[in-house]
Design a protein around this ligand. Structure first.
Ligand SMILES: NC(=O)c1ccc[n+]([C@@H]2O[C@H](COP(=O)([O-])OP(=O)(O)OC[C@H]3O[C@@H](n4cnc5c(N)ncnc54)[C@H](OP(=O)(O)O)[C@@H]3O)[C@@H](O)[C@H]2O)c1
Length: 310
């Protein structure tokens, strides 16, 4: 692996983060039904208490509410946290200056002067990669972000971002992509390996497969809302994998399936950012760091997930 530039090393020192998509999102996560701001605040507080200090949000989560809530929580906190947010390539955002403008709005909601990581949420079908990346460079030069990342970029798109940043002497800090036991595409298409070769931190989103890998859902008890459509077909097939995760957890003295799922990602050299809606979930997820599955356990999980993973 290449030497990690000092400016982005902080991301490599973090084992696990906290995802804030569900904070304010009604459409996918049912914000307001079963969890409210007090639960979310507890999730944040308990996470930080347990050493989980990287929080990933985005301007589009809850239409700005996720950033706003995070900003309020941070205000009440004594210690610093690592804040990552994202720029969404809306079709009308066609200029470099759109990036700094959007970031200034995010900073207002977050009540911060700068974020630690600003990420391009998705590659745009309309705007060349280089254009948004140059907008990111401007944001960095203005001191509005400490590091620059991308999200949902494939190997070629990531290389274009790296090449553009290199012209300004800047590294690409991260690429945030979907990665979990039910989706191992980044292993199979070489993106994980390429990130590791280049010193780009691969941030694994939906690391619990949107809750499926916690073991609490099954064919008789599917996840609510939009998630049921997405995962209905595999709920039965993944039961042997979930049983193995439970067994491994027992062998390790009582780790939960969620902790096994998250530690498997850590063992693969990526940074999971599980979402948490309440203190209990946050505490469980924080307990996925600070230890390691054995190489045999990782191999067994690889094998058990292979038949149906993407
Ligand atoms: N860059 C992107 O395009 C992108 C896309 C997706 C996500 N993300 C990021 O990745 C983060 C995490 O992904 P995600 O929220 O999609 O899915 P996830 O982390 O795989 O699953 C989170 C959900 O699982 C359930 N859960 C979490 N911990 C649990 C526990 N210990 N026990 C039982 N249930 C638990 C909760 O929902 P229920 O209680 O309702 O089951 C929670 O909202 C997001 O918050 C966001 O920051 C980024």
């Amino acid at each position: 692996m290449t030497d990690i530039p000092e400016s982005v090393r902080f991301l490599h020192e973090v084992e696990i983060g906290l995802g804030a998509w569900a904070w304010g999102d009604r459409l996918v996560w049912g914000y307001g039904k079963g969890y409210a701001d007090t639960d979310i605040e507890e999730a944040f507080r308990v996470s930080v208490e347990h050493g989980v200090t990287l929080i990933d949000t985005a301007e589009v989560y809850g239409n700005g509410r996720s950033e706003r809530l995070l900003g309020q929580f941070i205000q009440k906190l004594k210690q610093p946290v690592i804040v990552a947010t994202k720029f969404f390539p809306m079709p009308w955002r066609i200029r470099r200056a759109s990036v700094t403008r959007a970031l200034r709005h995010s900073l207002e909601r977050l009540q911060l002067e700068r974020v630690d990581l600003y990420q391009i949420h998705w590659p745009s079908p309309l705007v060349p990669i280089e254009q948004y990346v140059e907008g990111m460079v401007s944001a960095h030069r203005l001191g509005l972000t400490r590091a620059i990342g991308v999200s949902n970029y494939d190997k070629n798109q990531m290389q274009r971002a790296i090449t553009t940043l290199a012209r300004y002497g800047l590294p690409l800090a991260s690429n945030q992509v979907e990665y979990h036991l039910l989706n191992r595409r980044v292993e199979k298409n070489g993106l994980l390996e390429r990130c590791q070769e280049l010193g780009v931190r691969l941030i694994a989103y939906s690391p619990l497969a949107m809750g499926l890998l916690t073991g609490k859902y099954g064919p008789q008890n599917p996840p609510p809302g939009m998630r049921s459509g997405r995962y209905a077909a595999i709920l039965k097939d993944i039961q042997p994998l979930l049983r193995l995760m439970t067994e491994i957890g027992q062998d390790l003295g009582g780790k939960s399936p969620a902790q096994i799922a998250l530690n498997w990602i850590i063992c693969k050299g990526a940074l999971p950012i599980p979402g948490a809606k309440n203190a209990r979930q946050a505490e469980t997820n924080a307990g996925a760091a600070g230890w390691r599955l054995t190489p045999e356990q990782v191999r067994a999980l690889d094998q058990a997930s292979d038949p149906f993973t993407k």
